[in-house]
Design a protein. Structure first.
Length: 370
């Protein structure tokens, strides 16, 4: 009896130590927790309503003006992401390059006409430059992300029947309108109280050379990201000509450091897309040709997509996929085909992003060991 009394506490202590996750187990447990975490406090129903309003406005503009309305909206968005302007720069020097450069890139992207190699080269260069620029501040990163997304989408607009010059002009007009809104905000004092993270650093006396910049951590990541995006665009236009942008967009959204966060986002995006495909295709098959019901499902999915965007990325990806499937079905495409294509492109895009992030991690370890 006395022996049992002495050994029982020790046995319990050993068991407790054994059950405590350490090392690899702890890492995997943490990863799994991040993967399934649902932050209910971030459910934003107002964002869902706002998303429907934006969708309605965009739909009306598209119906009245045509697809060039999208170019104008993106132009305004890119400029408004600069409000307020970088420290030490005037509104003109901050905004004109965005408006003119964006219009020129839009013209080039639409003019490419869906050719895989030129499209891949353009996005590779834009992705690299945007990533280098994005290293300056959070706002610069936002501008770079929006601009890269837009160029990927602009590559698919050649089949709309609208000329490249019209899209470029629309982007410039939208950018000019956005600049007017930003200036009006500044005059009313709405741009005051900006956080340090929102203001870009002033130009240093001796900026790094291009060679030194490309050899830096952000430079190496920018090159790898540009190459990854170029590969994604090439594969998208070669194997998924019906909707080639999805593959590159999946890569772009996952391909962001640090690697661990990107891994969680990539797995969540893949899982959410898979579940979204299965659920949306099943519902679309049951509904059949009932267009009003499809429209209701589309609107409900769009509302939930915006409402849960900060709750869990897998849920967000699921409703994004549902929106795409229902929109394709409303336009007459086969729901199963469009859904499976999206799933395939997402998986390939995420895989490309993981390869790029893996190389980035290897380079980071070599720098730390040097």
């Amino acid at each position: 009896m006395s022996t049992e009394t002495r050994t029982t506490p020790n046995t319990q202590r050993v068991s407790a130590v054994t059950l405590k996750p350490t090392g690899y187990d702890a890492t995997m447990t943490s990863f799994a927790q991040q993967l399934v975490t649902v932050d209910r406090e971030r459910l934003d129903l107002r964002a869902g309503v706002l998303g429907l309003v934006v969708l309605a406005v965009f739909g009306a503009a598209n119906a009245l003006v045509g697809p060039v309305a999208m170019a104008a909206a993106i132009g305004a968005l890119v400029v408004l992401a600069t409000d307020p302007p970088p420290a030490g720069r005037s509104w003109a020097t901050a905004l004109l390059p965005l408006v003119i450069g964006g219009a020129v890139l839009t013209y080039i992207a639409v003019s490419i006409g869906g050719q895989a190699v030129p499209a891949a080269l353009l996005v590779g260069v834009v992705g690299t430059v945007a990533t280098l620029h994005g290293g300056r501040s959070r706002k610069a990163g936002t501008r770079g992300l929006i601009a890269t997304l837009w160029i990927i989408l602009a590559l698919t607009l050649y089949h709309t029947g609208v000329g490249a010059l019209a899209y470029a002009a629309a982007f410039a007009i939208g950018g000019a309108i956005g600049a007017g809104v930003a200036l009006a905000r500044a005059r009313k004092g709405a741009a005051e109280g900006t956080g340090a993270d929102d203001v870009e650093a002033e130009a240093v006396a001796e900026p790094p050379t291009l060679r030194a910049l490309l050899a830096s951590p952000i430079g190496q990541f920018a090159i790898l990201r540009g190459v990854g995006l170029a590969v994604a665009v090439f594969l998208g236009f070669t194997f998924f000509p019906g909707h080639p942008a999805w593959l590159a967009i999946s890569s772009l959204l996952v391909m962001r450091p640090p690697t661990r966060n990107a891994l969680v986002v990539g797995v969540q995006r893949s899982l959410g897309t898979g579940v979204g495909v299965i659920a949306a295709v099943a519902l679309a098959s049951v509904i059949g040709e009932n267009t009003p019901a499809l429209v209701l499902l589309f609107l409900a999915s769009a509302f939930l997509m915006m409402a849960v965007r900060e709750v869990n990325y897998a849920l967000f990806a699921m409703f994004v996929t549902a929106v795409v499937v229902y929109s394709q079905r409303i336009l007459g495409a086969d729901a199963a085909e469009s859904g499976m294509d999206r799933l395939a492109e997402t998986v390939v895009g995420v895989a490309i992003a993981f390869v790029v992030l893996g190389f980035t991690e290897v380079l980071a370890r070599r720098r730390s060991q040097a």
